[in-house]
Design a protein around this ligand. Structure first.
Ligand code: 2HA
Ligand code: ZN
Length: 262
């Protein structure tokens, strides 16, 4: 089977380049994973990696994921060395393709697999988890309250359509060491009822049914954060108020998270 001919794989690799082009994937920053529904039963396990966590509902699924320490800017040009196709088992994962020059799946494997598990329960169409160092969203975590409701409200107020893209709100995790099962579990817990999680002073996790959708979601968060940062130090003369946000939500047919609007 030629993995690289699958359209979904092409979209995955393009998203890696797009993240780099945004300036959100310096050095080895960021990682992407995508559940693939194709039948890979003909592929044999090349090697195994143990899992120190259990991702409910993921056993038997195949996941394409960027490699630990690999650079997203190189994924599209050289996928065999920078990306892994994994078959998930209860306590390990099998490498079916990729990482040809060695290495391991992303250091954020726990956050990816546990978030897939959480999102699939909420939305059967879910397929993609994406982590990136989105500049404005991260910058905002230094100057804004990290209270999720406050953080979400500010983003909604900054861009008319933001409420449409993340009506469930944006989750925020306080600073924690990255690359651990603990931050993976905390991220997945937030993902159970939201599609985007900001890691304070680090980056953003976004999810969706496709690479385009997950990236588009992070882009909308980052754009709203950019508007905030461009105006936060200036006297605000007018902004989108709660009744206008309600009006917008009604026009768009979305239900803003309970208790977030006044
Ligand atoms: O893959 O961004 O959070 C490097 C990172 C870890
Ligand atoms: Zn990161």
């Amino acid at each position: 089977m030629d993995i690289l001919r699958l359209p979904a794989v092409g979209e995955f690799l393009r998203a890696a380049t797009q993240l780099y082009n945004h300036g959100w994937a310096e050095r080895n920053a960021g990682n992407i994973s995508m559940i693939l529904d194709e039948d890979f039963s003909s592929l044999k396990s090349i090697k195994e990696f143990p899992l120190s966590f259990s991702a409910e509902g993921m056993s038997g699924r195949c996941v394409l994921i960027t490699g630990s320490g690999k650079y997203l800017k190189n994924a599209e040009r050289d996928p065999e060395n920078n990306v892994a196709l994994l078959r998930i088992k209860d306590d390990r994962c099998e490498l079916l393709w990729g990482l040809a020059d060695g290495g391991k799946p992303s250091s954020e494997l726990a956050a990816h697999l546990l978030s897939h598990s959480a999102r699939l329960k909420a939305d059967p169409a879910h397929r993609v988890v994406m982590h990136t160092h989105a500049t404005h969203a991260v910058a905002m975590t230094f100057v804004h309250s990290l209270d999720e409701r406050e953080f979400t409200r500010t983003l909604w107020q900054m861009a008319t359509e933001a409420i449409m893209f993340f009506p469930d709100g944006v989750a925020v995790l306080p600073w924690m060491p990255c690359g651990t099962d603990e931050i993976g579990r905390a991220t997945a817990e937030k993902m159970s009822d939201r599609r985007v999680v900001v890691w304070a002073h680090h980056g953003v996790f976004g999810s969706g049914a496709s690479p385009d959708e997950a990236l588009g979601l992070i882009e909308t968060v980052d754009k709203a954060a950019e508007f905030y940062l461009l105006t936060a130090h200036l006297p605000i003369r007018q902004k989108i108020n709660d009744s206008q946000l309600r009006e917008m939500a009604a026009v768009l047919g979305v239900k803003p998270r309970e208790g977030y609007l006044i």
